[in-house]
Design a protein around this ligand. Structure first.
Ligand code: SF4
Ligand code: SF4
Ligand code: SF4
Length: 462
């Protein structure tokens, strides 16, 4: 007899005795389900980690060949191997989070960044993604989801970064541009639904498995892509930093952003888990750090909620509503509906109802695709509950995962409830960016710096 743990995919062979629990995720025997048919058996092979994979690596000595990574990759991330000899990886890092021994880790780049910080010729800028600040505390004994923005900035200062910015600024730019793009598509009766573009794993997944959807995906770069372009093109000029001396680093919960470096102005990506290693190896006493503010380029709270599923949609809808009506979109004007595998956010504007959908995990996306034409706009994120569950976060006990992710999400949403600067179009830094440099959303200069093309990769992986 074979039984599969429903939490982590571990297979137990033989009878399940009283008191038995999963050796990996520690759930009781009641979480095991008998494997009855050959079809239900998971693939035991490990995920293939190409040495050139920019996002992750495997420490061979730690691998016990349990197959949990393959289970996640095939059954949750939904990777189908058209050609078994050609590995497909969308760089999401979800296999890292289910690896029970820590054999899978993000590809480490933090030491290269620390070396550059020590080079006096270099000006090293770091931008921090929203989901890092509610996860970093896990490594330093804080309660799950604790909002530690000030200490995170202080730690980056201690490590020696020259400028520390918030990627919520890039998120605000994304919302402004995405809302304007949606307006244009609706007005011109162009291709709808429009899909969000800020998750590189989702965009790569579509490029391989659904190239027919590439025309539906927004042309907006991700928030990191937009902010890196802004820093390189405009901020560096304001500060008279020479191009060859500027180094732009993104601190993110996302391993896939390492893959995205091929297409943007950012030089390095370090993940939350790499940041904790840098803090510990440099003997920084995180708990004793004071709260420190960002140096510049800070976003509204609409940018902060980008870290959790639904945040991108809410933020872009706020901008879309304002562009259409000149008024703020308040929470009680959004009709939300929870469905089995997706959520709807519906808004009435000038007698028209705009139906939108929010989905995370590629297995859920596949279920949504047959009904996609019901919607005007769809947010897609690869990871569990969005970026708070990104593959670059500190791995969490699988048994507590749901609770931890809920706490991270609530922590970000609470900041939005309490915020003074809630709307991207009211953010002074965004107003300045458009007034001085970008002119308007979708202006020629915005298109040149903040937008991109999505390539069809289906042939490459067939
Ligand atoms: S989950 Fe980790 S330990 Fe298990 S096979 Fe994959 S890499 Fe090895
Ligand atoms: S990073 Fe994602 S796509 Fe790549 S092997 Fe791991 S789970 Fe699969
Ligand atoms: S959901 Fe967020 S963390 Fe996960 S792959 Fe997409 S952008 Fe990265």
């Amino acid at each position: 007899m074979k039984y599969k743990c429903q939490k982590c995919g571990f297979i137990h062979e033989g009878e399940l005795r009283d008191g038995y629990y999963c050796p990996f995720c520690k759930v009781s025997l009641f979480e095991f389900k008998e494997i009855k048919s050959k079809k239900e058996e998971p693939v035991y092979n490990r995920v293939f980690v190409d040495p050139d994979n920019p996002a992750l690596m495997r420490i061979e000595e730690k691998c016990i060949k349990c197959g949990a990574c393959s289970n996640t990759c095939i059954n949750i991330v939904n990777i189908r191997y058209k050609n078994p000899k050609k590995p497909i990886c969308i760089n999401c890092g979800q296999c890292i989070l289910t690896c029970p021994t820590g054999a899978l880790v993000p590809k480490y780049d933090y030491n290269k960044v620390l070396d550059l910080i020590n080079n006096p010729d270099k000006t090293v800028v770091v931008m921090t993604s929203p989901a890092v600040r509610v996860a970093l505390g896990d490594a330093f004994g804080y309660k799950a989801g604790e909002f530690l923005e000030g200490k995170m900035v202080a730690a980056l200062k201690e490590l020696g970064f020259d400028y520390i910015f918030d990627t919520t600024f890039g998120a605000d730019l994304t919302s402004m541009e995405e809302a304007a793009e949606l307006q244009q598509r609706v007005k011109n009766e162009d291709v709808l639904p429009m899909f969000t573009s800020c998750c590189p794993s989702w965009v790569k997944y579509a490029s391989i498995y659904h190239p027919e959807l590439l025309k539906n995906i927004s042309t907006c770069k991700s928030p990191i892509g937009m902010q890196a372009a802004y820093v390189r093109k405009f901020f560096s000029k304001e500060k008279k930093i020479k191009e060859k001396n500027l180094v732009i680093v993104a601190l993110t919960p996302c391993t896939a952003k390492k893959y995205e470096l091929e297409k943007n102005d950012c030089d390095y990506v370090i993940t939350t888990s790499e940041m904790t290693l840098a803090i510990k190896e440099n003997n920084i006493d995180f708990k004793k750090l004071p709260d420190v503010n960002y140096d510049d380029l800070v976003g509204s709270s609409s940018g902060t909620i980008y870290g959790t599923s639904g945040g991108v949609m809410l933020s872009a809808l706020r901008c879309f509503y304002y562009m259409e009506t000149g008024h703020h979109l308040l929470s009680n004007m959004i009709y939300t509906k929870e469905n089995d595998f997706y959520k709807e956010y519906n808004v009435k504007i000038n007698k028209r109802i705009y139906k939108t959908a929010v989905v995370y995990k590629m297995e859920n996306l596949e279920k949504l695709l047959p009904i996609k034409d019901e919607f005007t706009f769809i947010e897609v994120m690869n990871c569990n509950h969005g970026c708070i569950g990104g593959g670059g976060q500190i791995p969490m006990p699988i048994i507590n995962q749901k609770n931890i992710l809920n706490r991270r999400s609530k922590s970000l949403m609470k900041k939005d409830e309490e915020a003074i600067v809630k709307y991207p179009y009211n953010n002074p830094a965004i107003k300045k960016a458009y007034k001085i440099h970008l002119k308007n959303p979708l202006s020629s200069i915005s298109m040149e710096n903040l937008h991109t093309k999505h390539n069809n990769l289906s042939k490459e992986f067939s």
